[in-house]
Design a protein around this ligand. Structure first.
Ligand code: GLN
Length: 561
C-alpha cells in the first residue's frame, strides 16, 4: 500500500524543498523502497514553458515532453526515476481542467468553488497515474506557507490525509533556523510562527526539517519540539553541506529516513545502503584538480537557468575525480554594436576570455541577443582546437558559424533571427516542406506548447565520434526547440568537414554534428543534460570533460615551450 509524504516550506523560499524531497526519496530507495515524486506549483501558468529564465530558472523537460519545474530535475538526478507529465501539477492546469468541466456541464448545475471543486481536482492529481506498487509518494508543495495561492493545495493535502487515513500520511515542514550574530544564537521563532500558520490551515507537521548553518543545540531542538507540538526526535537538523550530493548522507545522519520509516511502522525492516552517495561525495570533496570550462550564454547571471547543465558537467567531472570550474561568459561581452550592426569583439578580447578554457560550451537559448558573441566563441574554439560542445541553440549557431566561415555562405542564418536570410541553414521544418504537407507547429500562434518536446529517437552514423561515445546505433534524447538544422545544406556542410552524425529516423532532421579534423567539436539539437545523473554521468558530458582534460596537457606543454 502506498504511503504519502507531503513536503511544505516555511519561513522563506529557496530553502531547498526540492533537494530535501529528492534526498528523502533517495534515502527511501536506498532502503529498498519504490518511490515517486510530484511537484505542486501554485502559480497560474499552465507550465513554466513561457516563463523567463530570470523568473523561474531552467525549464526541465521530461521524457514525455512536459515542460516542468527544475525541481523535477533534482528528483530524476537523485533517484534515477524518469518523471512524467503527471508529476508536475500547477494551478494553471487545475483551473483549466475545472473550467473545462464546468463548461461541459460536468458539475450538474453546482456553483463551482475552490472547496470542493479545486481541492477535489488537486486530490485527483495527487494519486493520478501512480503505479500500485509504489511504496512512497512524495508530494512537494511549491512556495511558502502563508502564500495565498498555495492555500488550496494545503487544504487539499489536509483533506487527503483524512480521506486515506492520517496514519498513512506524513507531513514534513522545511524551515529555517537562522543564526543571529548579535545574540550569538540560533533562533527558533520563525519556525514556530511558520508551524502556527500551518496549524491554522489544519495541518500538524510530523517532522520539522530545520535548515541551519551550524548544529542546533539540544535546548533549541527541545524548544522547537515543545512549541511546534512535534516529538523531539522528529526535529531534524538540515545542516548546510559542501555539495548537494551530500544532502542524503547528512539527512540520514540526522535521522530523517529512520524517523520516516518509524512513523509508518516500517523501522529496521530494510537496511540503508548509502555507498553510492558516499563515493560521489568523496570524489567531490577530494578532487585531483580542476577543469575549466567556459560557458558562453545569455542568462549567465542567473545560474538556475543552467541548472541541469551545471549538474551534468559536475557529474562528468566527479567521474574523473576533478572539480568543475565554470568561467561564465555573458555572450554580449563578446560582441559590440557599431551603430546599425552587431559585430564580434577583437581577437585579443576573445583571447582574454577564452585562453585558459579547456573547453567551450554554448548552451541552449532563445532570441538573437548574444548570438554574434556566441558565434565568435565558436570560431575561436574551432580555430584554436579547444574542445567545443554545442547544445540546441549551440548546435544551430555552430552550423551557422561553419556555413559562414568555412562554406562561404556569408549570409547564412537561422530564420529565428533573420526570416529573409538567403541561406536558412536553420529554420522551421514547415518552411521547407511543401504546402499541404505542413505540420501544425509554425501555424500555431501560441507560444506555449508549440515546440518539439520530449524524447525523440536519433540514429548515429557508424564510425562517428558520437557513435563511439554512446556505443549505440539509436539513442533517445530530450528536445525543446522550434527550429531545426536544414538538411538541404548537408552536402555543403559535409564538404567543409561538418558531418551530420546523428539524424532523426525519417532522415529529415539533423540531430548531431561533428567537425572532422578538430580534437573535439560536437554539437546536438537535443539537451543531453536532462538525462545525466551523478551515479551515471551522461556519456557526451564525460567525453567532453575527457577532451578538456587532454586540452589541459596541451595548454601545459604550450606554457613550457
Ligand atoms: N531558439 C532555438 C529554437 O527554438 C533553440 C532552442 C534551445 O536552445 N533550446 O530552436
Amino acid at each position: 500500500m502506498t504511503q504519502y509524504i507531503f513536503v511544505t516550506g516555511g519561513v522563506l523560499s529557496s530553502l531547498g524543498k526540492g533537494l530535501a524531497s529528492a534526498s528523502l526519496a533517495a534515502l527511501l530507495q536506498a532502503r529498498g523502497y519504490k518511490v515517486r515524486l510530484r511537484k505542486f506549483d501554485p502559480y497560474l501558468n499552465v507550465d513554466p514553458g513561457t516563463m523567463s529564465p530570470y523568473q523561474h530558472g531552467e525549464v526541465y523537460v521530461t521524457d514525455d515532453g512536459a515542460e516542468t519545474d527544475l525541481d523535477l530535475g533534482h528528483y530524476e538526478r537523485f533517484t534515477g526515476i524518469s518523471c512524467r507529465r503527471s508529476d508536475s501539477v500547477t494551478t494553471g492546469q487545475v483551473y483549466s481542467s475545472v473550467i473545462a468541466k464546468e463548461r461541459h456541464g460536468d458539475y450538474l448545475g453546482a456553483t463551482v468553488q475552490v472547496i470542493p471543486h479545486i481541492t477535489d481536482e488537486i486530490k485527483q492529481r495527487i494519486v493520478a497515474d501512480v503505479e500500485e506498487d509504489i511504496d512512497f509518494l512524495i508530494c512537494e508543495a511549491g512556495g511558502t506557507v502563508g502564500d495565498i495561492e498555495g492555500q488550496p493545495y494545503l487544504e487539499a493535502f489536509r483533506q487527503f490525509a483524512i480521506d486515506v487515513g492520517r496514519k498513512n500520511v506524513l507531513f514534513i515542514h522545511l524551515t529555517l533556523v537562522p543564526y543571529i550574530a548579535s545574540a550569538a544564537e540560533l533562533k527558533t521563532k520563525p519556525s514556530q510562527h511558520s508551524v502556527k500558520e500551518l496549524l491554522s490551515l489544519g495541518i500538524q507537521p510530523d517532522i520539522l526539517l530545520c535548515r541551519c548553518d551550524r548544529p542546533i543545540p539540544a535546548s533549541a531542538k527541545h524548544k522547537l519540539a515543545l512549541f511546534c507540538n512535534i516529538k523531539p526526535e522528529c526535529v531534524i537538523e538540515a545542516l548546510d553541506v559542501e555539495t548537494i550530493y551530500e544532502v542524503p548522507l547528512s539527512y540520514s545522519l540526522a535521522g530523517l529516513d529512520s524517523e520516516v520509516t518509524k512513523y509508518f511502522g516500517l523501522e529496521s525492516t530494510k537496511p540503508v545502503n548509502l555507498k553510492i552517495w558516499q563515493d560521489i561525495v568523496t570524489n567531490c570533496k577530494y578532487p585531483k584538480g580542476e577543469v575549466r570550462i567556459a560557458v558562453v550564454g545569455k542568462y549567465v547571471e542567473c545560474k538556475d537557468a543552467y541548472k541541469s547543465l551545471i549538474e551534468a558537467l559536475t557529474h562528468a567531472c566527479i567521474s574523473y575525480n576533478y572539480k568543475l570550474r565554470i568561467d561564465w561568459i555573458s555572450a554580449d561581452t563578446l560582441e559590440i554594436s557599431d551603430g546599425n550592426r552587431t559585430v564580434a569583439v577583437d581577437d585579443s578580447i576573445l583571447y582574454e576570455h577564452l585562453r585558459d578554457a579547456q573547453g567551450v560550451l554554448v548552451p541552449g537559448g532563445y532570441g538573437e541577443r548574444g548570438t554574434v558573441g556566441k558565434i565568435a566563441a565558436i570560431t575561436y574554439a574551432r580555430e584554436n582546437d579547444i574542445p567545443f560542445f554545442g547544445i540546441c541553440l549551440g548546435m544551430q549557431l555552430a552550423v551557422i558559424e561553419i556555413a559562414r566561415n568555412l562554406a562561404g555562405l556569408q549570409e547564412a542564418n537561422s530564420s529565428e533571427f533573420s526570416p529573409s536570410t538567403p541561406h536558412p541553414v536553420v529554420g522551421l521544418l514547415e518552411e521547407w516542406e511543401e504546402q499541404g504537407e505542413k505540420q501544425t507547429r509554425s501555424q500555431e500562434s501560441d507560444l506555449g506548447g508549440t515546440m518539439r518536446l520530449g524524447v525523440q529517437e536519433c540514429k548515429l552514423s557508424p564510425g562517428s565520434l558520437v557513435h563511439k561515445i554512446y556505443n549505440q546505433d539509436v539513442i533517445r534524447e530530450r528536445h525543446r526547440h522550434r527550429y531545426e538544422v536544414n538538411i538541404a545544406y548537408k552536402d555543403k556542410m559535409e564538404a567543409v568537414g561538418l558531418k551530420i552524425t546523428g539524424i532523426s529516423p525519417d532522415g529529415k532532421l539533423p540531430e548531431m554534428v561533428e567537425l572532422v579534423g578538430h580534437p573535439w567539436f560536437v554539437a546536438m539539437q537535443f539537451h543531453p543534460e536532462f538525462k545525466s545523473q551523478p551515479m551515471t554521468p551522461h556519456p557526451v558530458f564525460k567525453a567532453f570533460i575527457k577532451a578538456a582534460l587532454e586540452r589541459a596537457d596541451v595548454l601545459k606543454k604550450g606554457k613550457v615551450a
